[in-house]
Design a protein around this ligand. Structure first.
Ligand code: C5P
Length: 441
């Protein structure tokens, strides 16, 4: 069933009231031209997956390798993956004017080096240009992002620390490195970020910072209400929508606190996550976060309640596992209502801009509007619960006090991006650096 048929099940409406159907904005890396520089570290093999993932994110990718990198991975892999010739040599005959370093950088929106070895970082910090990749780094108009990868002692060496500082001062964006097991058998900082995390950094890089300086608190996932130490009541929320919104807010430059029920999703980069189990715990954690922000004079700008919070909890949780008896008798459970976290946040004296979600099974707009009024919030996102729980896609209806906007079925990431752009437009003025256009009808 689609959103339109759900809406048409609502009370009669004139065409003037009909929801606006809008186009979704393009994903941040769509159409961006990335030159991927690969230097000679063992992590070079991961650059092949990175090239593929960047393409999947919508970018076009040209690969430049240092001579050392070709000892770790062949040019043919990159050529096959990107469909473009791989350049390793300043004197490559395929560049008509013989100026590969100029040609490649002029046509790029971003120069990304992954892996960036300690040696490459040292050269960049000193402005050396003794091969194609380093020359490209000097002769460029586009931004430079590097993903360091090296042994932990090399990363911790004062010379590398100095070079990293110098590169940051020069406006180079360093992403990572990660900490963990290394190819050399040691453990510590220096691992290249995983390709997925690098793609995320690239997407964040290309996302307009419409929420710069904003603080956003988000709830996501289900809650789990214990019956006894081994049993409980929960729901089918996967947390994917809430996590996609947290990721989109972070990409847009917000400081994001994610209060998450039990899910199996990794925390989106740049997001501060607090994991909770029950509705009561989620309620207390949300208010503690908001109190903490208020107390330092930086109140939260926006609260987005995406969590599928259990309406009820068992009134007395058994300390021991409830035993099955031999006869056919069954236990009787008594329930009490959980606090409504969203409504309680909306009632706070310095309430942030509150956004709710409504998982309905019918009459989406009618039920959504009723909830908008009952919770005392300015914005509500309605969706069909059983058609979205656990899935990677969704279809939503944005409802404010006056109108409704229907977003078409799309990935949760795409919807989250559109939603966050719309929310950024609606937030009360607070030195928003970049005005964002309203969703295009
Ligand atoms: O009343 P209902 O559960 O349908 O409302 C859904 C919205 O309210 C969601 O935004 C959900 O996160 C929020 N909610 C809440 N605390 C509850 C119940 C729902 O914050 N106890």
């Amino acid at each position: 069933m689609n959103i339109q048929s759900q809406i048409s099940g609502d009370a009669e409406r004139s065409s003037a009231d009909a929801p606006q159907n809008v186009c979704l904005p393009a994903a941040p890396a769509t159409g961006q031209r990335i030159v991927l520089g690969v230097s000679g570290g063992v992590a070079a093999y991961k650059a092949a997956e990175l090239a593929r993932s960047l393409q999947r994110a919508g970018a076009t990718v040209r690969v430049v390798m240092t001579e050392a990198a070709t000892h770790f991975v062949g040019t043919a892999s990159f050529q096959a993956l990107t469909g473009e010739p791989v350049i390793t040599d300043q004197w490559d005959q395929r560049i008509a004017n013989g100026m590969a370093h100029i040609e490649l950088s002029r046509a790029a929106d971003l120069l990304l080096i992954a892996p960036a070895t300690a040696d490459l970082m040292a050269k960049l910090a000193h402005g050396l240009a003794d091969d194609l990749l380093t020359t490209l780094c000097l002769a460029r108009d586009c931004p430079l992002m590097i993903a360091p990868a090296m042994n932990r002692q090399m990363w911790e060496h004062p010379a590398t620390r100095r070079n990293a500082r110098q590169l940051r001062d020069d406006g180079v964006e360093l992403i990572g490195p990660d900490s963990g097991d290394q190819a050399c058998g040691e453990t510590g900082p220096g691992r290249m970020l995983e390709p997925e995390a690098i793609v995320e950094a690239v997407c964040a890089f290309f996302t307009p910072k419409r929420l710069a300086g904003r603080r956003v608190v988000i709830t996501a996932g289900p809650t789990y209400e214990a019956i006894d130490p081994v049993r409980g009541i929960t729901n089918r929320s996967s947390g994917k929508m809430g996590y996609a919104i947290a990721r989109a807010c972070a990409r847009a430059g917000a400081a994001v606190s994610l209060i998450s029920g039990p899910v199996s999703l990794p925390c989106p980069p740049g997001v501060q996550r607090t994991s909770v189990i029950s509705a009561l715990e989620m309620h207390d954690t949300v208010h503690r976060h908001l109190d903490a922000l208020d107390s330092v004079g930086t109140p939260s700008d926006c609260f987005i309640a995406v969590a599928a919070v259990a309406d009820w909890r068992v009134s007395s949780v058994s300390e021991q596992k409830i035993k099955k008896t031999d006869d056919t008798s069954v236990p009787t459970l008594q329930f009490i209502q959980n606090p409504d976290i969203l409504a309680s946040v909306a009632r706070r004296p310095k309430a942030p801009y509150c956004v709710g979600f409504a998982a309905e099974s019918e009459a989406l707009e009618h039920n959504g509007r009723e909830k908008l009024a009952r919770k005392g919030i300015p914005l509500l996102i309605a969706n069909i619960g059983h058609e979205t729980f656990g899935r990677d896609d969704n279809q939503i209806l944005i409802l404010d006090g006056e109108r409704s906007i229907a977003l078409p079925r799309a990935s949760k990431d795409a919807l989250a991006q559109a939603l966050v752009e719309d929310i950024a437009r609606r937030l009360p003025a607070h030195a928003i650096p970049t005005p964002s256009p309203r969703l295009q009808a």
